[in-house]
Design a protein around this ligand. Structure first.
Ligand code: ZN
Ligand code: ZN
Length: 258
């Protein structure tokens, strides 16, 4: 499994808002500006077959309109676009489209066409396209999901989206050799987010897990913990099923782009 960061920043950072692409076809979050950022990193929005949304805040969701335009404006897809997210996904998207490009949603929808998988407050699972997706509710200021993304080779990636440190995040760390974490602030967590102190406490409790700190303010730059990595926009990581310490050949960084 190959993980490519499109953005690694928080709302106010210089980096793009946090999102990532898996194997060039599974998109995790669609924040403001992410479709254009994908193109800058050599990723094609037309290749997205599955899109996971962690929650409906704009810095995770607003480019969903542009994902639909990329996929349906000039062509009709020959298969469904799978969209996984919290309850109310389709209704949110319709409202957003109506604000952005009034009267266009029905036409675009026909060409995409979407299949919505809405996950309630007890979590849920979806399988298809060679992936198994397990969604777990996490604690943020609005309903939000974390994900375990697994493929047929046994690779397993945990991904929190925005959240405070809570039992479901602890479980992601217990279950996955690599976990992407909300690390919004340089010290304590606040406003429904984790800070570096939370991420370091996880790193200490799970020394064999590699933590990729994302959704960062510009002053979150490093840690003394060797199993916390601070990815840059466009950076690529190989993910496998076995626990690997950070920085080893097969478990660490495999390529830098841009
Ligand atoms: Zn949020
Ligand atoms: Zn956010």
């Amino acid at each position: 499994m190959q993980l490519r960061f499109i953005g690694t920043g928080s709302i106010l950072s210089e980096s793009m808002s946090s999102s990532a692409m898996i194997d060039g076809r599974v998109l995790v979050d669609a924040p403001n500006g992410s479709m254009k950022a994908m193109r800058r990193h050599g990723l094609d929005p037309l290749d997205v077959d599955v899109c996971l949304i962690t929650h409906f805040h704009a810095d995770h969701f607003f480019d969903i309109v542009f994902l639909f335009l990329e996929q349906g404006l000039r062509r009709a897809r020959d298969r469904e676009l799978v969209l996984i997210g919290p309850s109310g996904f389709e209704e949110r998207l319709e409202r957003l489209f109506e604000t952005a490009y009034p009267g266009t949603y029905a036409d675009i929808r026909e060409k995409v066409p979407p299949r919505f998988v809405e996950i309630g407050d007890r979590g849920g699972d979806w399988s298809g396209d060679g992936y198994r997706i397990h969604a777990v509710p996490v604690e943020h200021t609005v309903p939000a999901l974390g994900y375990v993304i697994a493929d047929e080779s046994g690779a397993r990636l945990g991904y929190t989206g925005d959240t405070v440190l809570c039992p479901p995040v602890e479980k992601l760390a217990a279950d996955c050799p690599t976990v992407v974490l909300d690390t919004s602030f340089p010290a304590e967590g606040e406003f429904g987010h984790m800070g570096l102190a939370d991420v370091e406490s996880l790193a200490d409790r799970h020394p064999d897990v590699r933590f990729l700190a994302t959704h960062r303010d510009d002053d979150v730059t490093g840690s003394s913990r060797k199993n916390i990595v601070f990815p840059r926009d466009g950076q690529t990581f190989e993910i496998d099923g076995a626990a690997k310490p950070a920085g080893t050949a097969s478990g660490g960084l495999v390529g830098d782009l841009l």
